[in-house]
Design a protein. Structure first.
Length: 287
């Protein structure tokens, strides 16, 4: 058993134990790392033996050791990463059953429940996590994420502020903080968080897009264009970015640049097989 637990922990050391929800093109998920995916078949074999052991009622003293509990939680993370939520929940609940003070297990179970569209129970898990460890930034962040998704922006902002006090270099947290202000239509306040994201992670494409929108909403069209230009430097095949630039150019009376941007967007849509979108943007270019 010790060898099995140690093998799992060798993998676990490469990865963060507490999970966080994060924003990526409006999809919420946990991203399993490449290293973990490469060891999928090996780990599945370990986890099957491990689960048989922890459900057999044998070796309870060994199971309740901290390292073994961490291995149980990490195994849950693995199954969540490959979208086997039933097995992930089994492991998280087993860790909580063995030690109800294991706050990481409560947090990760909350993530799983939220992904399974059970926000009420997820709330309770994050509240329990914070009760057990109020200095855990991931739990404050996750709680804020759920509130934001439910349209409770003010409460979400409070949670994000707390998370950022604890972990000021987390780009995902800064991004969601800015998005919360944008959803509240406080675009001036959204600018700083998006700038912080870009400062910490210059290739974060969504931050440039959201920063551009925030600038545009407060009438700073020149700064909005600069954000979009930087975004195109990172990814020249984003037709929606070119379309946004086209709209701003037309608003500023720069028709030739606007036409050019719309036509480039149409060409990219056509390359990707989106015929209707390509024609729509050609029509915009002619207006």
């Amino acid at each position: 058993m010790k060898k099995l637990v140690d093998q799992i922990l060798d993998l676990a050391e490469q990865h963060k134990m507490p999970l966080i929800l994060y924003y990526s093109f409006k999809t919420i998920h946990w991203k399993a790392t490449r290293q973990l995916k490469k060891q999928k078949s090996k780990f599945e074999q370990f986890s099957k033996q491990f689960f048989e052991f922890i459900t057999s009622g044998q070796g309870l003293d060994r199971i309740r050791e901290t390292n073994t509990l961490n291995a149980i939680i990490f195994t849950g993370n693995f199954f969540l990463g490959i979208k086997n939520t039933r097995m992930a929940q089994d492991f998280y609940e087993k860790a909580i059953f063995l030690d109800r003070t294991k706050f990481i297990a409560w947090n990760n179970l909350g993530v799983l429940l939220y992904l399974n569209r059970d926000p009420i129970r997820a709330f309770k898990c994050f509240e329990k996590t914070i009760e057990l460890n109020s200095s855990m930034a991931a739990a404050w962040f996750n709680y804020g994420y759920v509130l934001l998704d439910m349209g409770r922006e003010e409460e979400a902002i409070e949670r994000f502020q707390k998370a950022l006090e604890l972990e000021p270099s987390n780009t995902q947290m800064w991004f969601l903080f800015g998005l919360a202000f944008s959803k509240r239509k406080d675009f001036q306040a959204a600018i700083k968080p998006f700038q912080m994201v870009i400062e910490q992670q210059p290739d974060f494409e969504d931050a440039y897009e959201q920063l551009s929108i925030a600038y545009q909403k407060i009438g700073e069209n020149g700064k909005s264009l600069k954000s979009l230009e930087k975004l195109l430097e990172l990814n020249s095949k984003r037709p929606e970015t070119l379309a946004q630039m086209g709209a701003i150019y037309f608003k500023l009376g720069l028709r030739s640049k606007g036409t050019s941007s719309y036509m480039k967007a149409a060409d990219i849509y056509e390359e990707k097989g989106f015929v209707k979108e390509a024609q729509d943007h050609r029509n915009l270019a002619k207006k």
